[in-house]
Design a protein around this ligand. Structure first.
Ligand code: NAP
Length: 562
C-alpha cells in the first residue's frame, strides 16, 4: 500500500511520510509537481551550475524518506500540477535517478525506489527516452541502489479508447511496472482492469478513479495488483475515490484480501454513508471468514421520457451492472444487500431472470438480499433473492411485545418499509391499519395483500389514530438525519393509549423525535437499530449459513448512528 504525499515543502512531506509509515504504509509517493517549478538555477538566484534549491530539497526529501518512495512530477496534461519547462522536468528525473553524492548534512544521497513517468512523455522522443533510461535500472547499468521505472497512463474522463494499443506499446518498454488509471463511469469499468491484471506480463497497477472505482482499489490484492494508493486523511487524497489508510486497513481489511476472497456488497445510491460495510466486514473478521464487503454504487440512467414513476430510469443500470458483476467469475461475488432505490427493481430483475424469489419479496414487490451460489467453474449455479426487512421488523417487535396475534397495529407509511411491515405483521396475525399521506397507496397495498388472503385496512394519514392501537410503527423517513423532515414526528404518540408501543424504522439518529415524544408520553419504544441489526443478521446468515454476531452489529451501529 502506497501513500501519495503532495509535496509543498520537504520537512512537512517528511513528517507525512513518517505518519504514513506509522499507519502501516509500505511505500510513499512524493508528488513533486506542486513544489517543483522547473526554474533554472540562475533565475532562482542559486548562482547557476549546480542544483537549484528546489532540486536540493527534493534530493534531501527522497534521501531521508522513512519509507521507500516513488518520485512523481505529473504535468497538467496528465492531471498533475506541473506546468514548467519540460526539459527541466526530465533533467530532474535524470538527477534523481543518479543521486549518489552527499547531502549538505554529509549524509549519502540516494535515488528513489521508483520513478513514475507518463507513457505519453516517454513515447514523445528518443532523446527523452535516452535520458530516462540513464536514470533507471536497466540491463547495462550496474549500481547498488537502483531506481525502477513505473510507466503510467491516466484518463480523468473515462476508459481511454486506445487503451489496448497503449498497453501493447507500454509492454515494449523496459519499465519494471506498468500503471493504468482511468475514471470509472460505472462499477462495470472495474472488471476490465481486473482482466488487465490477470493478463499482466510484469508487475502492474490498474486502478479506477472516482466513486465507482473504489472496488478496484480495495480488491487490488485479489487480482494481483502491484499496489494500491491510500491517503492519510480524506483531505489528503491525490486522485478522486482514493480511500484512507484507515478505511483500507481496518474497514476493508486490505491485508487479508487474497485471490480466494469472496466479495459481498451493498447496492444503493447514494451508498457512501451506509453502515453495512462496517458491520459485515467486522463480522467476517470476527468469524475468520475469507470475504470482504464493499459499497456498490449504482445510480440511475439518463432520464427516459417514457419511464414510469416506479423507477424506470433505475432499472436498466441496475440490470446491466448486476448481471455483469454476477457473471464475472473471477470476482467471486457471493451476496448482496440491496437498498434504496433498487429494492423494487431487484424483484423485477429476479422475475425476468428466473432467479429464486422468496414469498415476502413476491408479496410486497421489494427485496433486499441476493445470495449467489457458484459451480466449480465459478459461474452462478443458483441465485436467490429474498427480503429480510419483514422478518426483521416482526422479530424486533416480538422481542418487546411478545405474541402479535390479534393485536391492533398501525403502520404509518406505505413505501418499501411500510409494505414489509404490513405484510409481516398481518402474517403474524396482527390486525393492521396502514396510514399514508397519499391514501391511494395505502389502499393499493391493502388490496394487494387481500390477494394473498391477508386482511389489512387502509387509512388517510390525517385520520391517525383511527383506533386504540397497541403498536404504531413509523415507516416513513420523517425524523431521519438528512431526510425531508429530520426534526419532525410523523404522528403524535400522545394520541395513543398509554399501554401502546411505538416502533421506528429510522435508525439514524437512534433516538428520533418520534421516540423522544413517545418516551415523554410514557410509552414503550423500539428503535430502528433493532430492525436494522436484525435484517443485516438475517442476510449474514443467509449468505454464510452461520449465526451473525448480532451484538457486534448492534454496538457498531449504535456507535455510528449516534
Ligand atoms: P419509501 O419506499 O420511499 O416510502 C416512503 C414512505 O414515507 C411513503 O409511504 C411516503 O408517503 C412516506 N413519506 C415520505 N415523506 C413523508 C412525509 N414528509 N410525511 C409523511 N409521509 C411521508 O421509503 P422506505 O424504503 O419505505 O423507507 C422508509 C424509512 O424506513 C426510511 O427512513 C428507511 O431508512 C427506513 N428503513 C429502515 C430499515 C431498517 O432496517 N431499520 C429498513 C428499511 C427501511 P407517500 O406515499 O405519500 O409519498
Amino acid at each position: 500500500m502506497c501513500v501519495p504525499i503532495t509535496v509543498h515543502e520537504a520537512d512537512s512531506a517528511l513528517r507525512l511520510a513518517q505518519r504514513a509509515k506509522d499507519l502501516g504504509a509500505d511505500l510513499v509517493e512524493f508528488r513533486l509537481d506542486e513544489f517543483f517549478t522547473g526554474q533554472a538555477a540562475d533565475e532562482s538566484g542559486d548562482g547557476g551550475g549546480g542544483d537549484t534549491r528546489e532540486v536540493r530539497e527534493i534530493v534531501r526529501l527522497i534521501s531521508t524518506s522513512p519509507l521507500p518512495c516513488i518520485a512523481t512530477c505529473r504535468p497538467v496534461s496528465e492531471g498533475g500540477a506541473y506546468d514548467g519547462p519540460e526539459d527541466a522536468r526530465i533533467a530532474l528525473f535524470e538527477r534523481l535517478g543518479t543521486a549518489f553524492g552527499r547531502l549538505e548534512s554529509g549524509e549519502q544521497e540516494h535515488p528513489p525506489r521508483y520513478l513514475d513517468v507518463e507513457y505519453a512523455t516517454y513515447a514523445r522522443s528518443a532523446n527523452i527516452r535516452q535520458k530516462i533510461h540513464l536514470a533507471i535500472e536497466h540491463p547495462e547499468q550496474l549500481r547498488a541502489l537502483q531506481t525502477s521505472l513505473i510507466l503510467s497512463t491516466h484518463d480523468f474522463a473515462g476508459r481511454p479508447r486506445d487503451l489496448t494499443r497503449r498497453l501493447l506499446a507500454m509492454r515494449q518498454t523496459p519499465a519494471k511496472v506498468l500503471k493504468v488509471a482511468y475514471l470509472a463511469r460505472s462499477l462495470r469499468d472495474n472488471l476490465e482492469l481486473f482482466d488487465l491484471l490477470a493478463q499482466r506480463d510484469r508487475p502492474m497497477i490498474a486502478l479506477a478513479m472516482g466513486e465507482f472505482g473504489l472496488m478496484s482499489r480495495i480488491l487490488a490484492p485479489k487480482f494481483g495488483g502491484f499496489l494500491t494508493f491510500a491517503s492519510i486523511a480524506p483531505t489528503e487524497t491525490t486522485a478522486p475515490g482514493q480511500p484512507t489508510i484507515d478505511d483500507l486497513l481496518h474497514l476493508y481489511r486490505f491485508r487479508a484480501i487474497r485471490p480466494s476472497t469472496a466479495v459481498y456488497g451493498v447496492v444503493a445510491y447514494p451508498v457512501a454513508h451506509s453502515l453495512s460495510p462496517h458491520i459485515h466486514n467486522a463480522a467476517f473478521e470476527a468469524m475468520g471468514i475469507d470475504a470482504v464487503y464493499l459499497p456498490l454504487p449504482i445510480p440511475g440512467g439518463p432520464a427516459d421520457p417514457g419511464a414510469s414513476s416506479s423507477g424506470g430510469t433505475w432499472y436498466e443500470p441496475l440490470k446491466a451492472t448486476l448481471l455483469d458483476l454476477v457473471h464475472y467469475a473471477p470476482l467471486h461475488l457471493a451476496g448482496l444487500s440491496v437498498t434504496i432505490p433498487h429494492k423494487e427493481n431487484l424483484v423485477r430483475l429476479a422475475l425476468e431472470q428466473g432467479w429464486d424469489l422468496d414469498e415476502v419479496s413476491r408479496a410486497i414487490g421489494a427485496a433486499n438480499t441476493v445470495k449467489i451460489e457458484r459451480d466449480a467453474a465459478g459461474m452462478p449455479a443458483r441465485i436467490a433473492v429474498s427480503n429480510t426487512d419483514a422478518p426483521a421488523l416482526v422479530g424486533a417487535i416480538r422481542d418487546t411485545v411478545g405474541d402479535l396475534a390479534g393485536l391492533d397495529v398501525a403502520v404509518y407509511g406505505a413505501g418499501g418499509a411500510g409494505k414489509a411491515a404490513a405484510y409481516g405483521l398481518a402474517r403474524a396475525g396482527a390486525c393492521v391499519t396502514v396510514y399514508n399521506r397519499d391514501p391511494s397507496r395505502a389502499a393499493a397495498l391493502a388490496s394487494s395483500l387481500a390477494g394473498l388472503g391477508l386482511e389489512v385496512r387502509a387509512a388517510d394519514a390525517a385520520s391517525f389514530p383511527a383506533s386504540a392501537h397497541a403498536i404504531a410503527i413509523n415507516a416513513t423517513p420523517v425524523g431521519m438525519n438528512g431526510g425531508p423532515n429530520p426534526d419532525s414526528s410523523p404522528f403524535d404518540p400522545a394520541t395513543l393509549p398509554v399501554s401502546a408501543c411505538v416502533a421506528e424504522t429510522v435508525y439514524a439518529p437512534v433516538r428520533t423525535p418520534l421516540l423522544r415524544a413517545a418516551e415523554k408520553a410514557g410509552l414503550r419504544t423500539i428503535d430502528g437499530v433493532s430492525m436494522f441489526v436484525r435484517q443485516a443478521a438475517l442476510q449474514f446468515t443467509n449468505w454464510t449459513g452461520r449465526p451473525a454476531p448480532a451484538a457486534l452489529f448492534e454496538r457498531i451501529v449504535r456507535e455510528a448512528a449516534g
